[in-house]
Design a protein around this ligand. Structure first.
Ligand code: SF4
Length: 60
């Protein structure tokens, strides 16, 4: 699976970085993907996408 963040939609709430810090991190007020999910953390990467309040995380 591959994740990406719509930076124009992100409101910088930090939920994704808190849920799955190996994949997401906050860069100022916008979240970034710091590493694509692996077998060990794709569950939390998907959980973060589901929890994003503005649906800014996209999974391919
Ligand atoms: S959960 Fe969504 S809105 Fe919040 S920081 Fe992450 S991508 Fe941005």
């Amino acid at each position: 699976m591959k994740v990406s963040i719509d930076e124009s939609a992100c409101i910088g709430c930090g939920l994704c970085a808190g849920t799955c810090p190996e994949v997401y991190d906050l860069d100022g007020s916008v979240a970034k993907v710091i590493a694509q999910p692996t077998a060990g953390n794709d569950a939390c990467a998907a959980e973060a996408a589901e929890g994003c309040p503005v649906d800014a995380i996209h999974i391919e």
